[in-house]
Design a binder for this molecule. Structure first.
Ligand SMILES: O=C([O-])CC(=O)C(=O)O
Ligand SMILES: [Mg+2]
Length: 221
């Protein structure tokens, strides 16, 4: 008999990961992108998840792998065309996430007008923290995120800087892509993205809530 599913292990459910790009003006600027007037969306498959204790792998085809620390929103109740006013009823909780990005491949895809799949969706491109129950974060618009590489602070930001809020994103996404229980929304990264090398140690946190540690492994995908 199948064990009952537990939302606190949502990464095992095989549900989709919907990512929002360029949701912080300062990050859009650092990569010389225009400030979006609508959310920029892309997807990662569930095979992108990796948990603490397992390494983040470096794709063989990339020589410029970047970290992007992001707040993840775990969907607890599915829906289509969810109004903003009801959006928070669909949230089960949160997770701290990294949107690992092969920046050189993304740049190439951008210049050719091609999709970002191999830049964003490879195995281990979505390191994820323990599940954070909804009541641990009373306001997803006031979450302080940080990321260090080898003990040096690289990213520090607050979700108050997001262009599109969590309720807006849930409403916007669900108009076109129905949300299901166990889905994860990555809400975009603040400024400070930069390259990581093999053997680097990544530490990230949500102030007063969670921290997580990952290592880059020399074994390439
Ligand atoms: O690759 C990018 O810059 C888009 C993105 O994921 C983000 O802004 O978080
Ligand atoms: Mg991102």
């Amino acid at each position: 008999m199948m064990a009952s599913r537990n939302i606190s292990r949502f990464w095992e459910w095989g549900r989709k990961i919907i990512c929002v790009g360029r949701n912080y003006a300062e990050h859009a600027k650092e990569l010389k992108n225009a400030i979006p007037t609508e959310p920029v969306l892309f997807l990662k498959p569930p095979s992108a998840y990796v948990r603490e204790g397992s390494p983040i792998l470096v794709p063989l085809y990339s020589s410029n792998l970047h970290h992007e620390v992001e707040l993840g929103v775990v969907i607890g109740k599915g829906g289509t065309a969810i109004p903003q006013s009801a959006a928070m009823e669909h949230v089960a909780g949160y997770a701290l996430c990294l949107d690992m990005t092969a920046r050189d491949i993304q740049d190439e895809c951008k210049s050719k007008g091609l999709p970002w799949t191999l830049a964003k969706a490879f195995n281990t491109s979505c390191p994820v923290s323990d599940f954070i129950p909804k009541d641990r974060i009373p306001d997803p618009g006031k979450v302080k995120l940080w990321l260090k590489v080898n003990d040096q602070l690289r990213q520090s930001g607050c979700t108050s800087q997001m262009i599109f809020s969590v309720p807006y994103l849930i409403s916007y996404i669900s108009e076109f892509i129905s949300l299901e229980e166990g889905d994860l929304i990555l809400t975009g990264t603040p400024k400070g993205v930069s390259a990581v090398q093999e053997h680097d140690e990544l530490q990230a946190g949500i102030e007063d809530v969670v921290t997580m540690n990952f290592k880059q492994k020399s074994k390439r995908i």
